[in-house]
Write a protein that binds this ligand. Sequence first.
Ligand code: IPE
Ligand code: IPE
Ligand code: MG
Length: 224
Amino acid sequence: MNPLNHVAIIMDGNGRWGIKNKNSRNAGHKAGLKTVELIIKNSIDHNIKFLTLYAFSTENWKRPKKEINYLFSLLENFLKNKLINFNKHNIKLKIIGKKNFSKNLNNLLKKSESKTKNNTKIQVNLALNYGAKSEIINAVNKLNKQNLKITEKNISSHLYTKNIPDPELLIRTGNTKRLSNFLLWQLSYSEIFFEKKLWPDFNTNNFNKIIRKYKNLKRNFGSI
Ligand code: IPE
Ligand code: IPE
Ligand code: MG
């Protein structure tokens, strides 16, 4: 059976779920938060050590202001209300992406990271204002500045995900088959599962089924 240390998820389909069920995209974002909590719990049950969730891409700034503001207010409330639970369940939170939000939000993000930094059960990476291409460009620029060679190891160790093993498994919900600028470097050998269900409808059974399938795959890494 294949080991599983790191699962990455593109949580897609909130907007469509919201329109279909409540005639509001934002209602879908709210519903999606429940799935976030559920999948964190399920990941702990599976003894997964790293869970990376794509919450907001560098391209998502193209959305209407009303939706962007709502998303960030959800995030703010989530962090304010759930930080206690993160500590109770020994969950470490890390933000990956460029933290250039309002001063208040930047501070809240930093505080959430520092208050959970010694937790050891699972590390949840929240990809916020994250784009893989800019992540790679930043890494290469840092190497140049320090006069370091452009090697695979040096690039990996200058990404947001330094010290974290690459995801063995990527799941994208929402019936769309693309990567949308997510972890392009780190996913180079990941097993990819595209799930039809919209993120708010994604559940423990769906997650377990994917993990079962993943664990039984034959992974070649170029060999036979
Ligand atoms: C993904 O759901 C969540 C974010 C990008 C914040 P979407 O909002 O993209 O949902 P759809 O794809 O429009 O249904
Ligand atoms: C990817 O979903 C980003 C997140 C889930 C945060 P999108 O809905 O933004 O992706 P595209 O634009 O359809 O590719
Ligand atoms: Mg989408």
